[in-house]
Design a binder for this molecule. Structure first.
Ligand SMILES: Cc1cc2nc3c(=O)[nH]c(=O)nc-3n(C[C@H](O)[C@H](O)[C@H](O)COP(=O)(O)O)c2cc1C
Length: 188
């Protein structure tokens, strides 16, 4: 089983989403001794934003990086993505990764009947952390919603969110949010 583990929070050891994504990966490893984990820390190894020359294939170094990221995504049986909510959306580092892997002809294609995902045969875990409380399907959620849409667009139907929210609303709420989320991880 190939696991792609992605973190994107800028907060290092203080990050809640990193704690959750790490717990999910540990749980997967405990259940599968042959799990092979590739780790992308997008806050440490920034992927340059998509530019016209990269899009047009005129930057050999960045084209090679894009191909590598796409292949890594396609090859993964499981993707675990740590996603902090920043300004209702994702970190720009995670968005930069999305811009490299959501590529027509590689992870989806357009047909007469619309777009078809080409990367569907995998499970995605979203380790989500939010300062406030939004619940499911909030109109202010451009974080989990965007991730679900993008992964869904590439064909993934098996998406599980492990969420700790309200983490900036006091120590009590933070520790309950975290322990509830970690209990969800134990059930994986
Ligand atoms: C730049 C920035 C923007 C944020 N924007 C929001 C927001 O729009 N809504 C919210 O509920 N929390 C927001 N927060 C709080 C984070 O979602 C919260 O601290 C979360 O735990 C971050 O994930 P992390 O602990 O993995 O870094 C923001 C935090 C930062 C640093």
């Amino acid at each position: 089983m190939k696991v792609l583990h992605i973190d994107s929070s800028i907060l290092g050891d203080a990050s809640v989403s990193r704690q959750l994504s790490q717990a999910i990966v540990k749980q997967l490893q405990a259940g599968n001794s042959t799990a092979e984990v590739q780790y992308l820390d997008l806050a440490q190894q920034e992927i340059p934003h998509l530019t016209a020359d990269i899009l047009m294939g005129q930057n050999a170094e960045q084209s090679a990086l894009g191909e590598k990221l796409i292949q890594q995504y396609l090859d993964a049986d499981v993707v675990v993505v740590g996603a902090a909510m920043y300004n209702f959306g994702l970190s720009s580092a995670l968005k930069a990764w999305i811009d490299r892997i959501a590529v027509a002809g590689k992870t989806f294609k357009y047909t007469e009947n619309g777009a078809v995902g080409l990367a569907g045969d995998k499970k995605v875990y979203i380790a989500s952390s939010r300062g406030g409380v939004y619940g499911d399907n909030s109109p202010a959620d451009f974080q989990e919603g965007l991730l679900k849409t993008v992964f869904g667009f590439t064909g993934v139907t098996d998406i599980q969110v492990v969420r700790a929210e309200g983490v900036n609303m006091g120590d009590e709420l933070k520790s309950k949010a975290l322990s509830d989320a970690l209990a969800q991880v134990q059930a994986i």
